[in-house]
Design a protein. Structure first.
Lengths: 269, 315
């Protein structure tokens, strides 16, 4: 009787995700470009069976079938890939999506990935899950040393403009702020704790950054550069724009150190 | 006395919005500062013109549809403008003026559609105010649905930000924008002021107005088109700024009564003052960050309105 009760309790305590895994997952869906890059970097790229439309690096990632833009995840499209692990970014809609996937018996993992210091832990966790701990640990160590690196004394100043009307800029809470600091540029909005915020144009003009950085995949200066009100900002008037490709600069990942180097090179040009 | 007070409030609100801002500019350098001259001053003027236009448009539309809930954006214009703006982004129309122009065209399209619907109800070229209201809500909802479909289907990341623009704000103020608005708004404004007497009669009901000699059908068409043209310009330069066009006409009516000759100018000054003041607060209270100005107009407008309603119902 007691044994039966025990068995019932054990059974009740078992949610599908707690099933003992037979081995490391072999069919992984990644729902964030950063995770896709990390999985490829630690040698789990050949186990990817699904990615988002944004996952464009490394080039081999494009051969993996897309399950949509992942905002929010299309549960059916993900489940149709028959994954045994789905890696999601930890956000409100994704928590709901993860619960639904778990209900279908699919193991999920929700990881933080907002700033440089999140990279090491996320990489280690992906290493544990995939049984590729060794490769993951050495990548994570390099990432940790990047995020722990004391930023150099800034030699120039920068404002990241996310949107022009209303003007939205990047604050101290963002990954881009960290990139700029490591590349030797002071974010003129380092007093704003949030990752991004709406500000007045006159604040941008008054703080007078030497560079206006824009995440853009084209090499054309953004159209707001021609707007009369923006010409009160010196860097705009002088055409001092940094057009940063989103695939390299828009996400923390294994290439963050390369992004810092590239930004530093562009700032000194 | 009422007029002196209103004019004083308007002047103070305008002056404050030039003097105060997130960038610290000493008073002595106010006139020479590039920031004040090229960013703050045009923004203050634009806020005043847009707020005033919304106030007048709201007052005229409330009289036209004889519904206290009428607001310049109720008649589908915000939906049309939003669809125009989002389409411009989705179609990759670049250029510094693409967005406001597309929003203006979208608002005009909505205006035309609602106008056409409004004519269905009335016989012989008469606009039916009830159909106008329902048609406006329907066209607005339809445009909003298409807008949302475009935003969720297209993969341009900028599209999400189009909504930010639509929520309203005066960030795009420049002397060029001021010049355009200053050349444009006097025409519909004058049309509405000229219709002040028939609007008074219309408030009595369409039949009495007709007996008292108003050419009701012409007045309704003229008022609808003029008020909508004012709103279309406002939405093109500053997105959808709520509450000014709803609350200011009511406050003006509670203070000046129902005579449109006084009501419309009061709504212009009041709307201008409210938006200039609200924008000053939006720029300064959380500096260096900025609040969406529609939030501030609601936070100021609604309590003032509630206070006046209470006094009014006691009286």
């Amino acid at each position: 009787m007691r044994r039966l009760l025990f068995a019932v309790l054990v059974f009740a305590g078992c949610r599908p995700s707690d099933r003992p895994a037979v081995g490391p997952p072999q069919r992984i869906v990644s729902l964030l470009p950063s995770f896709t890059e990390i999985l490829f970097a630690i040698g789990a790229g050949d186990r990817l069976v699904g990615r988002t439309t944004w996952c464009d690096y490394p080039p081999a990632a494009r051969d993996v079938p897309s399950v949509g833009d992942g905002m929010p995840p299309n549960i059916e499209a993900v489940a149709a890939r028959k994954p045994d692990l789905v890696v999601l970014y930890n956000s409100g809609p994704n928590v709901t999506a993860a619960q639904q996937l778990e209900r279908l018996g699919i193991q999920t993992v929700l990881l933080e990935l907002n700033r440089l210091e999140d990279l090491g832990p996320a990489t280690r966790r992906l290493g544990q899950l995939t049984g590729l701990g060794h490769a993951a640990d050495s990548l994570a160590a390099a990432m940790d040393s990047l995020s722990a690196r004391p930023p150099p004394t800034p030699t120039t100043s920068i404002a990241f403009v996310v949107w022009d009307n209303p003007p939205i800029i990047i604050g101290r809470g963002s990954y881009l702020h960290q990139l700029a600091a490591l590349a030797g540029a002071r974010n003129v909005f380092d007093d704003i704790a949030a990752p991004s915020a709406q500000v007045s144009l006159e604040t941008i003009a008054a703080r007078n950054p030497q560079w206006i950085a824009v995440l853009a995949d084209s090499t054309e200066t953004p159209s707001f550069a021609k707007r009369p009100e923006w010409r009160s900002v010196h860097a705009v008037r002088d055409g001092r724009f940094l057009l940063l490709p989103g695939t390299l600069f828009g996400r923390p990942g294994p290439r963050s150190a390369a992004a810092v180097r590239e930004l530093r090179a562009r700032l000194s040009r | 006395m009422k007029w002196t007070l209103l004019i004083a409030i308007a002047i103070v609100a305008f002056a404050a919005s030039v003097v105060f801002g997130p960038a610290a500019v000493p008073l002595s350098e106010l006139a020479r500062s590039d920031i004040v001259w090229n960013l703050r001053a045009p923004r203050a003027v634009l806020a005043f013109l847009v707020g005033g236009s919304l106030g007048v448009a709201g007052a005229a539309l409330q009289a036209l549809v004889r519904n206290p809930l009428a607001d310049p954006f109720l008649l589908g214009l915000s939906g049309g403008a939003g669809l125009g703006a989002v389409s411009a982004i989705a179609l990759h129309l670049t250029g510094p003026w693409a967005l406001p122009l597309a929003a203006f065209v979208g608002a005009l399209a909505a205006l035309g559609l609602v106008y056409r619907l409004g004519l269905i109800g009335g016989a012989g070229g008469a606009l039916d105010p009830r159909i106008l209201l329902l048609g406006g809500v329907a066209v607005g909802a339809f445009a909003a649905a298409i807008t949302t479909a475009i935003v969720s289907l297209a993969d341009a990341a900028e599209l999400r930000n189009a909504f930010l623009w639509l929520w309203g704000g005066l960030s795009a103020a420049s002397w060029q924008a001021v010049l355009l608005v200053a050349l444009y708004v006097p025409v519909p404004l004058l049309v509405l002021v000229a219709a002040a007497r028939p609007l008074d009669l219309l408030a009595l009901g369409e039949e009495p107005a007709r007996y008292l000699g108003a050419d009701v059908d012409v007045v309704k068409r003229r008022v609808y088109v003029a008020a909508s043209l004012l709103t279309a310009a406002a939405v093109a330069v500053s997105g959808v700024i709520g509450f000014v066009g709803l609350v200011v006409p009511h406050i003006a009516r509670l203070t000046w009564g129902h005579r449109h000759r006084a009501l419309l100018p009061a709504a212009f000054l009041g709307g201008g003052a409210l938006l200039a003041f609200a924008d000053t607060l939006a720029r300064t209270v959380v500096a260096p960050r900025e609040l969406p100005v529609g939030v501030v107009t609601a936070l100021i407008g609604v309590p003032v309105f509630a206070f006046l309603l209470r006094r009014w119902s006691i009286a």
